[in-house]
Write a protein that binds this ligand. Structure first.
Ligand code: BTN
Length: 322
């Protein structure tokens, strides 16, 4: 794991703070870790300067938000991955897409993950609210994929997110065209694909994935009503198994690309619904009947005509008055 490295003593302190249910005193930490209280105090200060929410009380220290990844948790995750080789982790960054773009020139098969983003972005340059508690990460892929197959990466990622949510928390997340994952018909995750290509070949793809897990979401931040997993379940959840299951599903589907579209269809909340799609300023209303092998949504209009749309904003009309 690179990018944001806490020194080993800071990591050890963090681990104790994360696992302790109440305050933990400087004295106890110094005994547990076999270092002086001054060394503990200095490391705590460094962690606070880096942005870790550690409160200092007279009787000890408290990590106010325990939902923060530890270095060893992420290192173990990467060890289990058969595809990704490295994870770049930070507490806060502008956007994991920016970091990933810089890294993509030299790194391959890496993941960039941040606890918070100050300038998270969604499709069409929209702002993406990224508070503590969500899963915000970008996958760097350097696969020699023909350009006409690149669209599959969005479908693959949405399917992997939905399957991972369902497996981890026993829920029924679904996919929504073109790049969303829904829970109880509200947006729980979004995918942002950015690529660099030459002639007909992909040089690299950056797949940005944002999942509302334990973070607060307000639907005004989204074009579509939004929800977090913890809101759907009525309790906070652990993010690590979700990330692990996602990576497993993602890697499996990358090896079996012919499974992607059938799985997307079976998890789809869009197909069969009346939809309104806004694409390049044009509005289309009709029934979503299928996606074709190029990734276009097929819409049957009221006049019975079949229209194909490759990208756009899609609204399920059953639930909305537009
Ligand atoms: C969308 O639904 O519009 C796509 C949202 C993608 C958000 C993720 S969070 C991680 C990565 N970094 C970003 O700035 N955006 C993507």
């Amino acid at each position: 794991m690179k990018f944001f490295q806490n020194i080993p003593l800071e990591e050890k302190i963090l681990k104790h703070l994360k696992t302790s249910s109440g305050l933990i005193s400087g004295e106890k930490l110094s005994k547990l870790l076999g270092v002086s209280r001054v060394a503990i105090w200095k490391s705590i200060k460094k962690l606070q300067e880096k942005g870790y929410p550690i409160r200092t009380y007279k009787r000890g220290y408290l990590l106010e938000n325990k939902d923060i990844f530890l270095r060893e948790e992420l290192e173990n995750l990467i060890k289990k991955s058969s595809f990704f080789e490295e994870i770049f982790y930070s507490l806060c960054t502008t956007s994991t897409m920016d970091i990933a773009r810089e890294l993509a020139e030299k790194e391959k098969k890496a993941i960039v993950l941040a606890e918070r983003q100050s300038q998270g972005r969604g499709r069409l340059g929209r702002f993406w609210e990224s508070h503590l508690g969500g899963l915000w990460f970008t996958l760097i892929l350097k696969e020699p994929l023909p350009l006409k197959e690149v669209f599959l990466l969005t479908y693959l990622s949405a399917v992997a997110v939905a399957l991972a949510i369902n497996k981890t928390y026993h829920l029924e997340a679904k996919v929504k065209w073109p790049n969303d994952v829904l829970l109880f018909e509200k947006k729980v995750a979004g995918i942002l694909l950015e690529i660099k290509a030459e002639v007909d070949l992909l040089l690299y793809a950056l797949i940005g994935i944002g999942i509302n897990v334990n973070n607060e979401v307000s639907s005004k931040d989204f074009l579509y009503p939004a929800i977090s997993i913890s809101e759907g379940l009525g309790q906070k959840v652990s993010r690590l198994p979700l990330l692990e299951n996602f990576l497993q599903q993602f890697e499996e589907l990358l090896q079996n690309k012919d499974h992607i579209l059938p799985l997307w269809r079976s998890l789809s909340d869009t197909l069969g619904k009346k939809v309104k799609v806004i694409s390049s300023g044009k509005i289309l209303i009709g029934k979503a009947i299928d996606i074709d092998n190029e990734g276009s949504l097929l819409i049957q209009t009221e006049e019975g005509k079949i229209e194909r749309v490759f990208s756009g904003d899609c609204f399920h009309l059953r639930n909305f008055i537009l």
